[in-house]
Ligand binder design. Structure first.
Ligand code: XMP
Ligand code: MG
Length: 183
């Protein structure tokens, strides 16, 4: 539906669904359903992580609650500035809660490492990260990530929540964008 803007399908809808189920089983093992800290709190990073977050929540066999944050590090360019700004903060206090940050993609890692530092100052009982995608060759900082769906090549990808200038989020798969779109 986007003409020939998508150069190739990197991860299919079926592969995403299978991996989400796998991750959900691993995550559920780490948090008892009746933890004294209360329900696991999924913190999604808007907007990219929405599709993954809702599918993950449905696949998790334990009760979860959901909160969202919006941070901006990119504008509509395709490389990280390292400068992170909170556009929308959490509505709730996370002190004493088990928090799982749900990310769409870790590229340089700068956004996530900043976010982890920020949230850890709010004294959650635990703070871990699950990301659907990671680009190992693009990492510019070390950041501890408990669960990774797919390691992918260092190419700009779109779909399943990921955008370029707000487009392509609605694709049900992850694809690479033809460079002609952004050059
Ligand atoms: P960093 O570099 O800080 O970036 O790890 C994380 C955020 O940047 C966005 N991002 C992408 N968005 N295709 C996208 O649509 C990509 O290939 C891509 N790489 C990074 C994304 O919002 C992520 O949370
Ligand atoms: Mg984006």
């Amino acid at each position: 539906m986007y003409g020939d803007d998508i150069a190739s399908v990197l991860i299919t809808q079926e592969e995403i669904a299978g991996k989400t189920k796998e991750l959900a089983e691993l995550i559920a093992k780490r948090y008892p359903a009746d933890a004294p800290e209360g329900d696991l709190l999924l913190v999604g990073v808007l907007k990219g992580a929405i599709f993954f977050m809702t599918d993950l929540a449905k696949a998790l066999p334990i009760p979860t609650q959901m909160e969202f944050m919006a941070v901006s590090s990119y504008g509509s360019s395709t490389s990280s500035s390292g400068v992170v700004r909170i556009m929308k903060d959490l509505d709730k206090d996370i002190a004493g809660r088990n928090v799982l940050i749900v990310e769409d993609i870790i590229d340089s890692g700068l956004t996530l490492s900043w976010l982890k530092r920020n949230l850890s100052t709010r004294n959650p009982a635990s703070l871990e990260v699950v990301t659907l995608l990671r680009k190992p060759d693009a990492l510019r900082t070390h950041v501890d990530v408990a669960h990774v769906g797919f390691d992918i090549p260092n190419e700009f990808v779109v779909g399943y929540g990921l955008d370029y200038a707000e487009r392509y989020r609605d694709l049900p798969y992850i694809g690479t964008l033809d460079p002609k779109v952004y050059s």
